[in-house]
Design a protein around this ligand. Structure first.
Ligand SMILES: Nc1nc2c(ncn2[C@@H]2O[C@H](COP(=O)(O)OP(=O)(O)OP(=O)(O)O)[C@@H](O)[C@H]2O)c(=O)[nH]1
Length: 294
Protein backbone atom coordinates (compact mmCIF):
# COMPACT_ATOMS: atom_id res chain seq x y z
CA UNK A 1 0.00 0.00 0.00
CA UNK A 2 1.42 3.42 -0.94
CA UNK A 3 1.75 6.26 1.57
CA UNK A 4 -1.05 8.16 -0.06
CA UNK A 5 -3.43 5.23 0.31
CA UNK A 6 -2.57 4.94 3.99
CA UNK A 7 -3.62 8.53 4.70
CA UNK A 8 -6.75 9.03 6.81
CA UNK A 9 -9.89 9.39 4.68
CA UNK A 10 -11.51 12.84 4.35
CA UNK A 11 -14.14 13.69 6.97
CA UNK A 12 -17.15 15.67 5.74
CA UNK A 13 -18.79 17.58 8.60
CA UNK A 14 -22.33 18.41 7.49
CA UNK A 15 -23.65 21.58 9.13
CA UNK A 16 -26.73 23.64 8.33
CA UNK A 17 -29.96 25.12 9.66
CA UNK A 18 -32.82 22.87 10.69
CA UNK A 19 -34.59 21.45 7.66
CA UNK A 20 -31.86 22.40 5.16
CA UNK A 21 -31.53 18.69 4.25
CA UNK A 22 -28.42 17.53 6.13
CA UNK A 23 -29.70 14.04 6.91
CA UNK A 24 -31.11 13.54 3.42
CA UNK A 25 -27.80 14.68 1.95
CA UNK A 26 -25.82 12.34 4.18
CA UNK A 27 -28.01 9.46 3.07
CA UNK A 28 -27.49 10.48 -0.58
CA UNK A 29 -23.68 10.63 -0.14
CA UNK A 30 -23.77 7.31 1.71
CA UNK A 31 -25.75 5.62 -1.08
CA UNK A 32 -23.50 7.18 -3.76
CA UNK A 33 -20.32 5.90 -2.10
CA UNK A 34 -21.80 2.44 -1.47
CA UNK A 35 -22.78 2.40 -5.17
CA UNK A 36 -19.12 2.93 -6.02
CA UNK A 37 -18.06 0.23 -3.56
CA UNK A 38 -16.30 2.86 -1.45
CA UNK A 39 -18.25 2.59 1.82
CA UNK A 40 -18.00 5.53 4.21
CA UNK A 41 -18.07 5.61 8.01
CA UNK A 42 -21.14 7.46 9.29
CA UNK A 43 -21.68 9.42 12.50
CA UNK A 44 -24.96 10.81 13.78
CA UNK A 45 -24.46 13.66 16.27
CA UNK A 46 -28.11 14.73 16.36
CA UNK A 47 -29.60 13.42 19.61
CA UNK A 48 -33.13 14.53 18.72
CA UNK A 49 -33.59 12.90 15.32
CA UNK A 50 -36.38 10.34 15.52
CA UNK A 51 -35.67 8.28 12.41
CA UNK A 52 -32.62 8.03 10.21
CA UNK A 53 -32.69 6.83 6.60
CA UNK A 54 -29.28 5.15 7.16
CA UNK A 55 -27.73 3.07 9.94
CA UNK A 56 -24.89 5.11 11.42
CA UNK A 57 -21.67 3.43 12.59
CA UNK A 58 -21.73 5.75 15.61
CA UNK A 59 -24.95 7.21 16.94
CA UNK A 60 -25.09 9.77 19.75
CA UNK A 61 -28.53 8.36 20.67
CA UNK A 62 -26.89 5.11 21.81
CA UNK A 63 -24.95 7.05 24.46
CA UNK A 64 -27.21 9.94 25.58
CA UNK A 65 -30.96 10.22 25.82
CA UNK A 66 -31.67 13.91 25.28
CA UNK A 67 -35.20 13.62 26.73
CA UNK A 68 -33.73 12.26 29.95
CA UNK A 69 -31.21 15.15 29.91
CA UNK A 70 -34.12 17.62 29.53
CA UNK A 71 -35.84 16.07 32.56
CA UNK A 72 -32.75 15.87 34.75
CA UNK A 73 -31.52 19.40 34.03
CA UNK A 74 -35.02 20.88 33.73
CA UNK A 75 -34.45 22.18 30.19
CA UNK A 76 -36.38 22.77 26.99
CA UNK A 77 -35.60 20.82 23.78
CA UNK A 78 -32.88 23.22 22.60
CA UNK A 79 -30.99 23.15 25.89
CA UNK A 80 -31.46 19.37 26.04
CA UNK A 81 -29.88 18.90 22.60
CA UNK A 82 -26.92 21.18 23.40
CA UNK A 83 -26.31 19.52 26.78
CA UNK A 84 -26.60 16.02 25.30
CA UNK A 85 -23.97 16.99 22.72
CA UNK A 86 -21.75 18.49 25.43
CA UNK A 87 -21.94 15.23 27.39
CA UNK A 88 -21.14 13.19 24.29
CA UNK A 89 -18.22 15.49 23.46
CA UNK A 90 -16.48 14.46 26.68
CA UNK A 91 -16.02 11.05 25.04
CA UNK A 92 -15.13 12.31 21.60
CA UNK A 93 -11.53 11.07 21.75
CA UNK A 94 -12.97 7.53 21.85
CA UNK A 95 -15.06 8.32 18.76
CA UNK A 96 -11.95 9.48 16.92
CA UNK A 97 -10.13 6.28 17.96
CA UNK A 98 -12.94 4.20 16.47
CA UNK A 99 -12.80 6.21 13.24
CA UNK A 100 -9.04 5.74 13.06
CA UNK A 101 -9.34 1.98 13.53
CA UNK A 102 -11.51 1.75 10.41
CA UNK A 103 -9.47 4.22 8.36
CA UNK A 104 -8.09 1.68 5.89
CA UNK A 105 -11.50 0.16 5.10
CA UNK A 106 -13.45 3.36 4.39
CA UNK A 107 -13.39 6.07 1.75
CA UNK A 108 -14.85 8.98 3.76
CA UNK A 109 -16.21 9.83 7.18
CA UNK A 110 -19.65 11.48 7.02
CA UNK A 111 -20.80 13.45 10.08
CA UNK A 112 -24.42 14.55 10.56
CA UNK A 113 -25.01 17.37 13.07
CA UNK A 114 -28.03 18.93 14.78
CA UNK A 115 -29.82 21.92 13.18
CA UNK A 116 -28.82 24.11 16.17
CA UNK A 117 -25.90 25.63 14.30
CA UNK A 118 -24.98 27.91 17.18
CA UNK A 119 -23.13 24.78 18.37
CA UNK A 120 -20.53 25.60 15.72
CA UNK A 121 -20.49 29.36 16.20
CA UNK A 122 -20.03 29.67 19.95
CA UNK A 123 -20.31 26.43 21.88
CA UNK A 124 -17.22 24.63 23.20
CA UNK A 125 -18.47 21.23 22.03
CA UNK A 126 -18.61 22.38 18.38
CA UNK A 127 -14.97 23.50 18.53
CA UNK A 128 -13.85 20.32 20.31
CA UNK A 129 -15.61 18.10 17.76
CA UNK A 130 -14.28 19.90 14.68
CA UNK A 131 -10.75 20.14 16.09
CA UNK A 132 -10.69 16.47 17.11
CA UNK A 133 -11.83 15.36 13.66
CA UNK A 134 -9.51 17.79 11.85
CA UNK A 135 -6.47 16.71 13.83
CA UNK A 136 -6.81 13.12 12.64
CA UNK A 137 -8.54 13.44 9.23
CA UNK A 138 -8.51 15.93 6.36
CA UNK A 139 -11.73 17.68 7.38
CA UNK A 140 -14.11 19.71 5.23
CA UNK A 141 -17.21 21.60 6.37
CA UNK A 142 -20.21 21.07 4.09
CA UNK A 143 -22.51 23.97 4.91
CA UNK A 144 -25.95 22.99 3.63
CA UNK A 145 -28.39 25.69 2.52
CA UNK A 146 -32.08 25.34 1.74
CA UNK A 147 -31.91 27.13 -1.64
CA UNK A 148 -35.64 27.85 -2.14
CA UNK A 149 -35.87 29.37 1.35
CA UNK A 150 -32.92 31.65 0.64
CA UNK A 151 -34.29 33.51 -2.33
CA UNK A 152 -35.11 36.45 -0.11
CA UNK A 153 -32.01 38.71 0.23
CA UNK A 154 -32.44 39.15 4.01
CA UNK A 155 -32.75 35.40 4.63
CA UNK A 156 -29.82 34.77 2.30
CA UNK A 157 -27.71 37.31 4.16
CA UNK A 158 -28.48 35.89 7.60
CA UNK A 159 -27.58 32.38 6.38
CA UNK A 160 -24.31 33.73 4.93
CA UNK A 161 -23.44 35.43 8.23
CA UNK A 162 -23.85 32.11 10.02
CA UNK A 163 -21.70 30.40 7.40
CA UNK A 164 -19.09 33.14 7.71
CA UNK A 165 -18.83 32.83 11.48
CA UNK A 166 -18.51 29.03 11.22
CA UNK A 167 -15.75 29.41 8.63
CA UNK A 168 -13.80 31.83 10.81
CA UNK A 169 -14.36 29.72 13.93
CA UNK A 170 -13.29 26.40 12.42
CA UNK A 171 -10.82 27.75 9.79
CA UNK A 172 -11.48 24.55 7.85
CA UNK A 173 -11.92 24.23 4.08
CA UNK A 174 -15.52 25.19 3.45
CA UNK A 175 -17.98 24.03 0.82
CA UNK A 176 -21.32 25.82 0.48
CA UNK A 177 -23.84 23.20 -0.64
CA UNK A 178 -26.95 24.76 -2.13
CA UNK A 179 -29.45 21.95 -1.63
CA UNK A 180 -32.94 21.35 -3.08
CA UNK A 181 -31.97 22.57 -6.55
CA UNK A 182 -34.75 20.30 -7.88
CA UNK A 183 -37.10 22.97 -6.45
CA UNK A 184 -35.05 26.06 -7.35
CA UNK A 185 -31.70 26.52 -9.05
CA UNK A 186 -28.96 28.22 -7.02
CA UNK A 187 -28.00 30.53 -9.91
CA UNK A 188 -29.51 33.57 -8.16
CA UNK A 189 -27.27 32.92 -5.13
CA UNK A 190 -24.12 32.63 -7.26
CA UNK A 191 -25.06 35.93 -8.93
CA UNK A 192 -25.56 37.63 -5.55
CA UNK A 193 -22.19 36.36 -4.35
CA UNK A 194 -20.26 37.44 -7.42
CA UNK A 195 -22.05 40.64 -8.44
CA UNK A 196 -22.48 43.09 -5.59
CA UNK A 197 -24.63 45.45 -7.68
CA UNK A 198 -27.06 42.68 -8.60
CA UNK A 199 -27.50 41.94 -4.90
CA UNK A 200 -28.06 45.64 -4.07
CA UNK A 201 -30.60 45.91 -6.89
CA UNK A 202 -32.57 42.90 -5.65
CA UNK A 203 -32.44 44.01 -2.02
CA UNK A 204 -33.96 47.40 -2.83
CA UNK A 205 -36.43 46.04 -5.36
CA UNK A 206 -38.04 43.84 -2.72
CA UNK A 207 -37.74 46.01 0.31
CA UNK A 208 -36.82 49.61 1.05
CA UNK A 209 -36.59 49.62 4.81
CA UNK A 210 -33.79 49.86 7.35
CA UNK A 211 -33.39 46.07 7.04
CA UNK A 212 -32.66 46.47 3.32
CA UNK A 213 -29.87 49.00 3.83
CA UNK A 214 -28.39 46.93 6.65
CA UNK A 215 -28.46 43.82 4.45
CA UNK A 216 -26.89 45.80 1.60
CA UNK A 217 -23.97 47.06 3.64
CA UNK A 218 -23.35 43.67 5.22
CA UNK A 219 -23.00 42.13 1.79
CA UNK A 220 -20.04 44.46 1.14
CA UNK A 221 -18.36 43.12 4.26
CA UNK A 222 -18.85 39.54 3.09
CA UNK A 223 -16.97 40.03 -0.18
CA UNK A 224 -13.75 38.61 1.24
CA UNK A 225 -15.62 35.67 2.75
CA UNK A 226 -17.19 34.84 -0.63
CA UNK A 227 -13.69 34.65 -2.11
CA UNK A 228 -12.71 31.84 0.32
CA UNK A 229 -15.64 29.66 -0.65
CA UNK A 230 -16.25 26.67 -2.83
CA UNK A 231 -19.80 26.39 -4.08
CA UNK A 232 -21.92 23.56 -5.44
CA UNK A 233 -25.62 23.07 -6.13
CA UNK A 234 -27.19 19.68 -5.41
CA UNK A 235 -30.45 17.92 -4.89
CA UNK A 236 -30.18 15.41 -2.05
CA UNK A 237 -33.49 13.96 -3.23
CA UNK A 238 -32.71 13.40 -6.93
CA UNK A 239 -28.91 13.02 -6.61
CA UNK A 240 -28.23 15.81 -9.10
CA UNK A 241 -24.85 17.49 -8.52
CA UNK A 242 -23.34 14.79 -6.28
CA UNK A 243 -20.43 14.12 -8.69
CA UNK A 244 -19.67 17.85 -8.66
CA UNK A 245 -19.88 17.85 -4.87
CA UNK A 246 -17.20 15.15 -4.60
CA UNK A 247 -15.00 17.04 -7.09
CA UNK A 248 -15.25 20.09 -4.81
CA UNK A 249 -14.50 17.91 -1.77
CA UNK A 250 -11.25 16.80 -3.46
CA UNK A 251 -10.35 20.47 -3.94
CA UNK A 252 -11.09 21.16 -0.28
CA UNK A 253 -8.91 18.22 0.80
CA UNK A 254 -6.02 19.71 -1.21
CA UNK A 255 -6.68 23.01 0.58
CA UNK A 256 -6.56 21.19 3.92
CA UNK A 257 -3.21 19.60 3.07
CA UNK A 258 -1.73 22.86 1.77
CA UNK A 259 -3.01 25.29 4.39
CA UNK A 260 -4.73 23.73 7.40
CA UNK A 261 -2.35 20.83 8.13
CA UNK A 262 0.90 22.91 8.10
CA UNK A 263 -0.76 25.54 10.33
CA UNK A 264 -2.02 22.82 12.70
CA UNK A 265 1.43 21.26 12.85
CA UNK A 266 3.06 24.65 13.44
CA UNK A 267 0.71 25.36 16.36
CA UNK A 268 1.29 21.87 17.77
CA UNK A 269 5.07 22.37 17.61
CA UNK A 270 4.77 25.80 19.23
CA UNK A 271 2.71 24.30 22.06
CA UNK A 272 5.22 21.47 22.58
CA UNK A 273 8.09 23.97 22.65
CA UNK A 274 6.22 26.14 25.15
CA UNK A 275 5.58 23.13 27.40
CA UNK A 276 9.23 21.99 27.14
CA UNK A 277 10.41 25.50 28.03
CA UNK A 278 8.06 25.61 31.02
CA UNK A 279 9.27 22.20 32.18
CA UNK A 280 12.90 23.33 31.88
CA UNK A 281 12.17 26.48 33.92
CA UNK A 282 10.45 24.41 36.63
CA UNK A 283 13.41 22.00 36.87
CA UNK A 284 15.83 24.97 37.11
CA UNK A 285 13.71 26.50 39.87
CA UNK A 286 13.64 23.21 41.72
CA UNK A 287 17.42 22.82 41.44
CA UNK A 288 18.03 26.34 42.70
CA UNK A 289 15.65 25.71 45.66
CA UNK A 290 17.58 22.53 46.45
CA UNK A 291 20.88 24.43 46.33
CA UNK A 292 19.49 27.06 48.71
CA UNK A 293 18.23 24.33 51.07
CA UNK A 294 21.65 22.65 51.03
N1 LIG B 1 -37.25 18.87 -2.72
C1 LIG B 1 -36.26 18.53 -1.92
N2 LIG B 1 -36.49 18.29 -0.62
C2 LIG B 1 -35.42 17.95 0.16
C3 LIG B 1 -34.12 17.84 -0.34
N3 LIG B 1 -33.29 17.48 0.68
C4 LIG B 1 -34.07 17.39 1.78
N4 LIG B 1 -35.36 17.65 1.47
C5 LIG B 1 -36.51 17.66 2.38
O1 LIG B 1 -36.30 18.64 3.39
C6 LIG B 1 -36.84 18.19 4.63
C7 LIG B 1 -35.77 18.27 5.71
O2 LIG B 1 -34.75 17.33 5.39
P1 LIG B 1 -33.77 16.71 6.49
O3 LIG B 1 -32.79 15.91 5.75
O4 LIG B 1 -34.53 16.08 7.58
O5 LIG B 1 -33.14 18.06 7.03
P2 LIG B 1 -32.11 18.27 8.24
O6 LIG B 1 -31.27 19.44 7.88
O7 LIG B 1 -31.41 17.00 8.57
O8 LIG B 1 -33.10 18.66 9.41
P3 LIG B 1 -32.82 18.73 11.01
O9 LIG B 1 -32.46 17.34 11.44
O10 LIG B 1 -34.12 19.22 11.57
O11 LIG B 1 -31.73 19.71 11.24
C8 LIG B 1 -37.37 16.77 4.39
O12 LIG B 1 -38.76 16.86 4.15
C9 LIG B 1 -36.64 16.33 3.13
O13 LIG B 1 -37.37 15.40 2.36
C10 LIG B 1 -33.90 18.09 -1.73
O14 LIG B 1 -32.80 18.03 -2.29
N5 LIG B 1 -35.02 18.43 -2.48
Amino acid sequence: MSNKEKRAPPALIIIGMAGSGKTTLLQRLNAYLHGKEQPPYTLNLDPAVSELPYTPNIDIRDTVDYKEVMKQYNMGPNGGILTALNLFTTKFDQVVELMEKRADQISHVLVDTPGQIEIFTWSASGAIITEAIASSHPAVVLYVIDTPRCNNPATFMSNMLYACSILYKTRLPFLLVFNKTDVQSHDFAVEWMTDFEAFQRDVHERDDTYMASLTGSMSLMLEEFYNCLNIVGVSAVTGEGIDALFAQVDKCVEEYEKEYRPEMERLKKEKEERLAEEKKRNVERLLSDLTLDA
